[in-house]
Design a binder for this molecule. Structure first.
Ligand SMILES: [Ca+2]
Ligand SMILES: [Ca+2]
Ligand SMILES: [Ca+2]
Length: 236
């Protein structure tokens, strides 16, 4: 019974994080459309997004060093205690519960700890949710530019600005931007299905991030392979 309770709690906490991100993204959408500065106008078409892929890839690769630094035992994943140290160094003072939630929220393959792609997602979420100031945290602030651009891609796809993507939204966006070659519908469908992991018809920002990394060509591990047994589920 205890474990059942714990599972439903977990699901609730994930939803809580999902909602939190939705609100944050919706906020960003509002402020970016009210200010005439950059905003989502950086991207007018999927083409313009795709053209930036090398830029994303380069930017995100710089995280590899950071990942390796925090993966103290170099086993290709960051476990809970390594993550706690990582947060300490980044001067993120989060309650233990919150660290746990983020850890599990980003450990989507449930494969013992945070692999490289999950680490990128984790940092991006922290950047969005915790808004570390550059004075307290140079490392994260430097990553801000790249994370903001990824949010812009999301905002470009999120037409109604509710912080999540639905299929209609995405099909519409892609049709608008490719008016001359309509009906990439099957392509869009595939892309959407790829991203909608839990198949609930919506793509949350977390789902989008993982899909996006794959799309750009950053995979869980390019160099090493961790295929160790992943029994001993949750250690906490
Ligand atoms: Ca490790
Ligand atoms: Ca994992
Ligand atoms: Ca979904």
């Amino acid at each position: 019974m205890g474990s059942m309770l714990c599972c439903s709690n977990k699901a609730n906490r994930y939803r809580r994080l999902d909602r939190k991100l939705e609100r944050k993204i919706a906020e960003m959408k509002k402020s970016s459309s009210s200010s005439s500065s950059t905003g989502q106008r950086n991207f007018k078409s999927i083409d313009s997004v795709v053209m930036r892929f090398p830029h994303f890839k380069d930017g995100l690769k710089t995280l590899r060093g950071m990942f390796e630094q925090y993966d103290e035992d170099s086993n290709g994943s960051i476990d809970h205690s390594e993550l706690r140290k990582c947060f300490e160094q980044l001067q993120l003072h989060l309650p233990e519960e919150e660290i746990k939630d983020l850890f599990h929220y980003c450990d989507i393959d449930g494969n013992k700890g945070i692999q490289f792609n999950e680490f990128i997602v984790l940092l991006c979420l922290i950047y969005l949710l915790e808004e570390p100031s550059s004075s307290s945290n140079v490392e994260l602030a430097q990553l801000g530019a790249i994370f903001n651009t990824i949010v812009e891609v999301f905002l470009f796809l999120d037409k109604n600005g509710d912080g999540k993507l639905n299929k209609k939204d995405m099909v519409k966006t892609l049709n608008e931007t490719y008016p001359w070659e309509r009906s990439p519908a099957n392509v869009t469908n595939i892309r959407f299905k790829e991203m909608d992991w839990d198949k609930n018809g919506q793509v949350t920002f977390r789902e989008f991030l993982f899909g996006f990394l794959k799309w750009v060509g950053i995979d869980e591990d390019e160099s090493m392979h961790q295929s160790e047994s992943y029994n001993e589920e949750r250690t906490d």
